[in-house]
Design a protein around this ligand. Structure first.
Ligand code: CMC
Length: 446
């Protein structure tokens, strides 16, 4: 008989099954609680909710451990490529040499976009944010591959997954080219995944970009480190959308939108903006840390803190060392790296950060490497999205194969109780910021 937890509520006792994961994480299964008792659980922001059982990624936030399919991130960062890691995440095991070759071949096979898709780029304004373009274009791609919408067999999934992963870099590079008003560059079949992306980003019609092995390796590392991170905001979004039966492309396009926010993937760009602000304002590190600690400033130290890690994020540790290496190799001296190091040191020795267990996360140093290899700041979150694609695909597959019930949280309603509909002439104006009074006049409601 497996272990049960006991819950007493409103004078009654309920027995709830205890579920133990393979890494001994203990959870109380409350899925039948409401049916038995009428009671739901409340967990604002899902800090304490296991939304699924998953075999993909394990994090121990207290010990700073991250493993994809059981393999420590440090080993993958040292030995693996992005494509190999993507296969591992999606299919559960490292690929054989033959599987990897076939997987790389598929990336080449699917690297081009339908010519009709290239025309969509003309419709975006040059200042359009590449994350908006990425999300829209991933969704649009499914219009040219209608079989991915039905996804009737495992074979359809294999080609849909390969197509999505391969085309994401082409779509992303084209989004960048659109934003700077340069002609879109076609992929080159002789290049590997990362070199091809760099070629599409940086080649121009009269000057081919020569992929530099140090830059290609740095990009591989960035993608590997971002490839999955269990039930974060964007991955949970992908699973949520997938649970309604929505196709892989639609679900991952939703993931891109969730990633965009500055508290999630958008933090990598926000870190650089923060460092630039400190540099330009002439503020000292100490003064900035004091500002962050002052709650009335509503400023956070971007690239610091994490819902799960209460220890150093292992990805940040790897990326920090890589930033040193890459900048040295490329013979770049970026004062922003010195500033980031000083900021980290100041924060880690400050009681506010110590007590709240706030450490650098993956976004703190990733922007500095991306900047060094020539990626513009507005593309940083797009880079995160390309890297995270294997994790989204793997999670989508887990939902699809598991035949999950639709994800449908409940709520505790705290709004008005029942009241009568009031005729328009009897209503009093309620103040709505940005709509009432002056603002309404300015907005043309006069
Ligand atoms: N700077 C200053 N204070 C912070 C920070 C920070 N970066 N992060 C958390 N805190 C404070 C927070 O104000 C709260 O204080 P109090 O208990 O006094 O109200 C306390 O620490 C606990 O934080 P929380 O907001 O309850 O933590 P959370 O789990 O809801 O949020 C987070 C996690 C990552 C959104 C948050 O730490 C944050 O906003 N960090 C900055 C943005 C960032 O770097 N995001 C990237 C996350 S890692 C990559 C990814 O997954 O995308």
């Amino acid at each position: 008989m497996s272990e049960m937890a006991t819950l007493q509520v409103q004078g009654k006792t309920y027995n709830l099954p205890v579920v133990v994961g393979t890494e001994n994480e203990v959870a109380v299964d409350i899925s039948k609680l409401r049916a038995e008792s009428g009671v739901i659980t409340l967990d604002d922001g899902y800090s304490n909710t296991g939304s699924c059982r998953s075999t993909i990624t394990f994090i121990d936030g207290e010990r700073g451990i991250l493993r994809y399919r059981g393999i420590p991130i440090e080993q993958l960062a040292e030995h693996s490529t992005f494509l190999e890691t993507a296969w591992l995440l999606i299919y559960g095991e490292l690929p054989t040499a033959e599987q990897l070759q076939c997987w790389s071949h598929r990336m080449t096979q699917y690297e081009m976009l339908h010519e009709g898709l290239y025309k969509h780029y003309d419709g975006f304004p040059s200042q359009g944010h590449p994350m908006a373009i990425l999300s829209a274009m991933i969704n649009a791609t499914s219009c040219y591959n209608p079989d991915v919408i039905k996804m009737e067999s495992a074979e359809t999934f294999q080609s849909a997954a390969a197509r999505l992963l391969s085309k994401t870099r082409t779509i992303a590079a084209a989004a960048y080219k659109t934003s700077i008003g340069q002609p879109l560059i076609y992929p080159k079949p002789e290049y590997d995944y990362c070199s091809n992306f760099l070629h599409m980003m940086f080649s121009i019609p009269f000057k081919e970009y020569e992929p530099d092995p140090d830059i290609v390796n740095a990009l591989q590392l960035i993608f590997v480190l971002h490839a999955d991170h269990e039930q974060n905001c964007s991955t949970s979004t992908v699973r949520m959308v997938a649970s309604s039966g929505a196709n892989l492309f639609a679900s991952c396009a939703a993931g891109v939108c969730a990633l965009w926010g500055p508290l999630h993937g958008g933090a990598n760009a926000a870190v650089i903006e923060m460092l630039k602000y400190i540099q330009d304002s002439g503020m000292s590190v100490k003064e900035y840390v004091a500002k962050v600690k002052d709650k009335t400033s509503h400023i956070k130290l971007m690239g610091f803190g994490h819902r799960v890690y209460k220890n150093y994020d292992p990805r940040a540790r790897i990326i920090k060392a890589a930033a040193d290496r890459v900048l040295n190799k490329l013979q770049i001296h970026d004062p922003m790296l010195d500033l980031a190091r000083a900021l980290e040191e100041a924060a880690l020795s400050d009681d506010y950060f110590k007590e709240k267990k706030l450490y650098p996360n993956v976004d703190f140093y990733s922007g500095i490497i991306m900047k060094a290899i020539g990626i513009p700041v507005e593309m940083f979150t797009v880079m995160f999205a390309i890297g995270r694609m294997p994790g989204w695909i793997a999670n989508w597959k887990e939902v699809w194969e598991g035949g999950a019930r639709i994800y449908r949280p409940r709520q505790v309603y705290v709004g008005p109780t029942e009241r009568e509909y009031m005729p328009i002439g009897q209503r009093k104006e309620m103040h709505i910021p940005g709509i009432s009074g002056e603002a309404a006049m300015r907005g043309g409601c006069q």
